[in-house]
Design a protein around this ligand. Structure first.
Ligand code: 13P
Length: 252
């Protein structure tokens, strides 16, 4: 049975002290109220990883970075490697977020290296895909998103592919308050799952968790998560408040 996952992406928010407080609040509220069958993850800035890992029960609330370097180590000033992330005790790495593709020029080639290093280090990639508004308006979003997957994670072996969590995040819905309708989300998630079945097989497709991201909040999570192919969410803004995040976690 595939897992239900609700992952927070804090992006470039919170100082270390604020982040530790938030992580503790999330851990506490998940302990008190969280549905036991939902995997909860917090995607924190690199600087927070070690402290956050130390401050929470990581069996209850997993910890993720939001990126990692495309190289294993060496003269790459300012980069943080997958091995470094692993050494903090974090278990997940968000990769291919549209903000990284758009603002930092991440290409499929770079992402292939990052995915490989993440897997080599025993970390779970939360791999993002999603189309910009002009592609949605042109009606070619399915081809666009499946192509993002074909150029990257579809070339993995089935065994490695099964370790990945996919997050579908339509760019036009990120931070805009404009959520995909439940039909739009389900349609794309099913398209992704069908493409996985075609590339690998139906059993692999059935095992992969596909999360929705883009203005997901306590009000709309229930409807989105009710879709058969939506296995949870990657949550930006609403993951910065423990009270909102827990409502999303419990939206199943
Ligand atoms: P928002 O939930 O703030 O729209 O962000 C979504 C996102 O980009 C998560 O990675």
């Amino acid at each position: 049975m595939r897992k239900k996952v609700v992952a927070g992406n804090w992006k470039c928010n919170t100082t270390l002290q604020e982040g530790v407080e938030l992580a503790k609040a999330v851990d506490k509220i998940v302990a008190e109220k969280g549905a036991s069958d939902v995997v909860v993850v917090m995607g924190t800035p690199f600087t927070h990883l070690t402290k956050v890992v130390e401050s929470v029960n990581t069996k209850r609330v997993g910890v993720s970075s939001q990126n990692c370097a495309a190289e294993a180590k060496g003269a790459f000033t300012g980069e943080v490697s997958a091995a470094m992330v692993k050494s903090t005790g974090a278990e997940y790495v968000i990769l291919g977020h549209s903000e990284r593709r758009e603002y930092y020029g991440e290409t499929s080639e770079t992402l292939n290296k990052k995915v490989a290093l993440t897997l080599e280090n025993g970390l779970t990639p939360i791999y993002c895909c999603g189309e910009p508004l002009e592609i949605r308006e042109a009606g070619t979003q399915k081809e666009y998103v499946i192509n993002q997957l074909k150029e990257t994670i579809f070339s993995l072996s089935a065994d490695d592919f099964k370790k990945i969590i996919i997050a579908y995040e339509p760019i036009w819905a990120i931070g805009t308050g404009k959520t995909a309708t439940t039909e739009q989300a389900q349609e794309m998630h099913k398209d992704i799952r069908d493409a996985i079945a075609a590339q690998f097989d139906a059993a692999v497709a059935d095992e992969i968790s596909i999360l929705y991201g883009g203005s997901c909040n306590p009000k709309n999570a229930n409807e989105l998560f009710a879709n058969p192919d939506v296995d949870g969410g990657l949550i930006g803004g609403a993951s910065l408040k423990a009270e909102d995040f827990i409502e999303i976690i419990n939206a199943y």
